[in-house]
Design a protein around this ligand. Structure first.
Ligand SMILES: NS(=O)(=O)c1ccc(C(=O)NCc2ccc(F)cc2)cc1
Ligand SMILES: [Zn+2]
Length: 259
């Protein structure tokens, strides 16, 4: 239906966002030679609740599930984090047909896709908008996605089943009762490092927490994600594979919660 054209986007961002060439950019290659076990790292802690959220195709860049982070928020703490972080949105990065689409890679290997759960520091800031520019403002959990048996919790299925309903750019749909905790893999092992947003404006405000164990989804679920296209000025356009290539570590250390 659509061919896969490599998006040239990321290489042009530096003109408008010079920070693209700075020393705290994401994603990175999580090379085992650069990571070291840190026994002081705590387990990640989520208050376990289902939340209400609204799913939207955000201007054809990806789909985004926005959570109501004002009343009764879904709060993350522990891990490498100081204080409470509220879940604001989740979204994904994927490839095209056979092309892998994860943003982080592990020892040079990419996964089919990568889920990002975006949280902001509600112990220090009063909103996502205020936190997104601060060096300790955000915490994003990255979860790798590979094709295998369908996701056992069916939690991802709640998302992929709705994608055909948001093919039009900007279309929104309610999705309540999604439990973000169930989107995490069973193993609590993660890497953590200081980085940035992986799309413009590329603010260096993210404490990245990348889970070691990938989630498995079925080929059909990946097809539903990859076939998310949108109607722009009357014609169907396919989402380009929306993943930025790995950026230089520039001396940063990556800590591992596991040996
Ligand atoms: N892929 S990722 O998880 O790193 C990521 C997470 C959030 C955002 C975001 O909020 N962008 C909107 C935005 C717009 C204007 C701003 F000033 C700040 C953020 C971008 C990338
Ligand atoms: Zn992302």
């Amino acid at each position: 239906m659509f061919e896969c054209s490599k998006s040239l986007g990321p290489h042009t961002w530096v003109h408008q966002f010079p920070i693209a060439q700075s020393s705290r950019q994401s994603p990175v290659d999580l090379r085992s030679s650069e990571t070291h076990f840190d026994a002081k790292l705590q387990p990640l802690n989520y208050d376990d609740k289902a939340t209400s959220s609204r799913m939207l195709n955000n201007n054809g860049l990806s789909f985004k599930l926005s959570f109501d982070d004002s009343s009764d928020p879904c709060v993350l703490n522990g891990g490498p984090l100081d204080g409470d972080f509220r879940l604001n949105q989740l979204h994904m990065h994927w490839g095209c047909d056979k092309l892998p689409g994860s943003e982080h890679i592990v020892d040079g290997n990419a996964y089919a896709a990568e889920l990002h759960m975006v949280h902001w520091n509600s112990s220090k800031y009063s909103s996502m908008q205020q936190a997104v520019t601060q060096p300790d403002g955000l915490a994003v959990i990255g979860v790798f996605i590979q094709v295998g048996k369908e996701h056992e919790h069916k939690e991802l299925k709640k998302i992929t089943d709705l994608l055909p309903k948001i093919t039009n750019e900007g279309s929104k749909i309610e999705l309540s009762g999604l439990n973000p905790l169930l989107l995490l893999p069973s193993s609590t092992a993660y890497w953590t490092y200081l980085g940035s947003l992986t799309t413009p404006p590329l603010h260096e405000s993210v404490t990245w927490i990348v889970m070691k164990e990938p989630l498995s989804i079925s080929k059909q679920q990946l097809k539903a994600i990859q076939s998310l296209y949108f109607l722009r000025s009357g014609k169907y356009e396919r989402l380009l594979n929306n993943n930025r290539p790995p950026q230089p570590l520039a001396g940063r250390k990556i800590r591992a919660s596991f040996k």
